[in-house]
Design a protein around this ligand. Structure first.
Ligand SMILES: C[S@@+](CC[C@H](N)C(=O)[O-])C[C@H]1O[C@@H](n2cnc3c(N)ncnc32)[C@H](O)[C@@H]1O
Length: 261
């Protein structure tokens, strides 16, 4: 099973739905001085990382809205990589219409070329990225390859705990329905339009759950030192707005910073 190829087809198919739901809003955020596509939690970390004048790569950048936001914050170079040709095309349209200079590459993370080796001060990985990879070793290996010595990885991702929850769970009594240590992927044919939440017939997408320990240990094994890690109760996936507001608090996302030795 070629999961990457299957996921590429599913992401390509979702592009018109995402475009309809958010293209204009994203363009507005990119064009308006002082606005950004990064939330306050991501901005706080980038402030500490001092993004100004730094070269930044984003893996699984989708339409590159966050990579472009980093250029707005003063990054000297921003390169976004994504397997979906249609989203990279959408991103290039955003680049053209916003006037923000940013390189977008249609490329599987696994195939990012050696010309990018040790080119970046910061590699950014954000919401909805790590689960597309069955094995995180080559994924974080690629991060380590892209970083300059002393460069930093910033991960801002959905918390693996939320993968255990039944999507139709009630806010009062969220039900745990999935194995935290699940090794086979979720298969989803309901579509990937996480902005409007619309369901449609989609080519199948395959998503792997990685435990929190697996994520941390794989980063450590790739020669990076974790310098900051924090779990949060707010929702960055658009899947759990009600749970995020519920009284019973569940870890819905996390941030992690690691430094390449
Ligand atoms: C949920 S989106 C990321 C959204 C992004 N963090 C944002 O907030 O704009 C996940 C992206 O991962 C990309 N992707 C999935 N598998 C990939 C792979 N093997 N290599 C590169 N990109 C991949 C998809 O095409 C999709 O655009």
């Amino acid at each position: 099973m070629d999961y990457h190829d299957a996921n590429r087809l599913a992401w390509d198919a979702s592009e018109p739905y995402h475009r309809e739901a958010v293209f204009e809003r994203v363009l507005h955020e990119l064009k308006t001085p002082g606005l950004s596509c990064l939330d306050e939690y991501a901005l706080a970390v980038f402030e500490k990382l001092k993004v100004e004048g730094k070269s930044v790569a984003q893996l699984c950048c989708n339409n590159g809205r966050e990579t472009m936001s980093l250029i707005k914050l003063g990054a000297s170079r921003g390169v976004g990589f994504d397997i979906s040709e249609t989203f990279i095309q959408q991103g290039r349209e955003l680049v053209e219409k916003s006037g923000i200079s940013c390189e977008l590459r249609a490329c599987d993370v696994a195939n990012i070329g050696l010309e990018f080796q040790e080119q970046f001060d910061i590699v950014y990985v954000s919401v909805g990225a790590v689960g597309w990879f069955q094995d995180l070793t080559p994924f974080f290996g690629k991060v380590a390859e892209l970083l300059k010595p002393g460069g930093q990885l910033f991960v801002y991702e959905q918390h693996p705990f939320q993968e255990m929850l039944d999507l139709k769970a009630s806010v009062e009594a969220p039900r745990l329905t999935c194995d935290y240590f699940k090794s086979d992927p979720y298969r989803d044919t309901g579509g990937l339009d996480y902005y409007s939440g619309k369901f449609y017939d989609s080519p199948p997408a395959y998503w792997f759950v990685h435990t929190f320990a697996t994520i941390l240990q794989t980063i450590i094994d790739q020669g990076m030192t974790i310098t900051q890690v924090e779990e949060f109760e707010h929702d960055i996936s658009n899947n759990w707005p009600e749970l995020a507001a519920a009284e019973l608090k569940i870890p819905l996302c996390f941030q992690l910073v690691a430094k390449k030795l």
